[in-house]
Design a protein. Sequence first.
Length: 102
Amino acid sequence: MAIPKCPHCAGTQFELQDETIVGAAFTLTVIRCASCGAPAGVLENQNVSQALTVQSEKISALHGLLSDLQQQVSVLVAATVKPPKAPREKKPAAPKLVAAKA
Ligand SMILES: [Zn+2]
């Protein structure tokens, strides 16, 4: 495997340095030559994969909370909302008792 070399001084040791660059929205991490300081590359300071993992965990936690909340609301709605009254049915008239003729 080829050993990376600094394009400026041919140094083979590199280091990371957080840099605030004018106009950049966030701090960048510069890979620079440990001997002369020439930049060899730039990384995003924040690890996007790690940030996505954290966000995914937060979304999962929110999903669980939302499910619990939805269930609690369903229980409350069921306890407070009365079903609509069914229309009254007319009861059939009780049969009239007729005295039997003797
Ligand atoms: Zn160098």
